[in-house]
Ligand binder design. Structure first.
Ligand SMILES: Nc1ncnc2c1ncn2[C@@H]1O[C@H](COP(=O)(O)O)[C@@H](OP(=O)(O)O)[C@H]1O
Ligand SMILES: [Mg+2]
Length: 277
């Protein structure tokens, strides 16, 4: 990867192709019915998570040989990569597993390239909705996906000027009291509960303004949506306004890819709400 054989456009196209294939496998499981298992951290997992991750990793390792892939289910199984390098890939094959199990439509496939700590290329595919969101430096787009899992009707997207009061998106399944305190700073703000990384995409497409996450997430939960948001002109910051970075672990065998709390923002004018500019 570091020899620049693969341009950003080619990497994005590969991510889209693998996300579509993974989404197709997920919908097969969704339609057929499935058994839910519980992981060591007591979070749920299904055959769909595992099948999707296998497809994505096989494709990435075949086409982008040598790049480190950090994938949710492999990490759960104790397969932890050593040195991440200056570029690596984060994969959450099925984000919003609780929504998937609850037969809602807000679950996503997520693939992101991190370069020097920043998520620069990302794809988020919501297979039950037929929406795919893509971002690379300087360009973000939304595509509608056909029943044959092909992208059609692509359009460029960007964040909007913030509404007043702002429209807020928050986790459907893991909302915390601290999140509610933050939202309370915006009297009259409409809050929409959505599962998965789709919250970043709603900011990126100009449908909402703020996504406060005062609660646990992992780097693979956020990297792809964050890449789409940044490509659309938005930003993600620590709750004190500091930089939100990826590949934060301190040592090579560290299994903890947990994120600190953050606020994702569409319009830069809202940076002042977290004391940043
Ligand atoms: N108590 C909990 N149980 C399960 N997942 C949790 C959790 N608290 C936070 N999460 C994280 O929140 C993610 C879902 O985000 P959201 O709440 O925005 O829908 C989950 O991703 P997975 O669904 O990939 O496991 C998981 O990483
Ligand atoms: Mg997740």
């Amino acid at each position: 990867m570091n020899d620049n054989r693969h341009g950003d456009g080619a990497i994005l196209a590969l991510f889209e192709d693998l996300a579509l294939k993974a989404g197709q496998a997920i919908m097969k499981v969704y339609d057929a019915g499935f058994v839910t298992d519980t992981k060591a951290d007591s979070s749920p997992v299904t055959e769909a998570d595992r099948a999707a991750e296998k497809i994505i990793l096989a494709g990435l390792r075949d086409r982008l040989e040598g790049i480190v892939c950090v994938a949710e289910e492999e990490i759960s199984a104790g397969k932890v990569p050593g040195d991440l390098g200056s570029e690596f890939i984060l994969i959450d094959p099925l984000d919003g597993t609780k929504e998937f199990i609850g037969r809602k439509s807000d679950f996503t496939v997520n693939i992101a390239l991190v370069r020097e700590g920043k998520p620069v290329i990302g794809v988020v595919f919501a297979p039950a909705r037929g929406d795919i969101y893509s971002g690379r430096p300087g360009h973000a787009s939304h595509g509608r996906v056909s029943s044959a899992f092909a992208i059609e009707k692509t359009s460029a997207m960007s964040v909007r000027e913030a509404a007043s009061p702002p429209k807020v998106v928050a986790s459907r399944s893991h909302r915390t009291p601290e999140t509610d305190v933050f939202i309370g700073k915006f009297p009259g703000a409409e809050t929409v509960s959505v599962g998965s990384s789709l919250k970043f995409c709603l900011l990126a497409s100009g449908e909402a303004d703020l996504y406060p996450r005062f609660g646990r997430t992992m780097e693979w939960d956020t990297a792809a949506g964050d890449a789409v948001l940044r490509a659309a002109g938005g930003t993600t910051r620590l709750v004190d306004g500091g930089a939100f970075v990826y590949g934060k672990r301190k040592q090579a065998d560290d299994v903890d890819f947990a994120n600190p709390w953050f606020v994702a923002i569409g319009d830069a004018a809202l940076l002042s709400s977290i004391g940043a500019d």
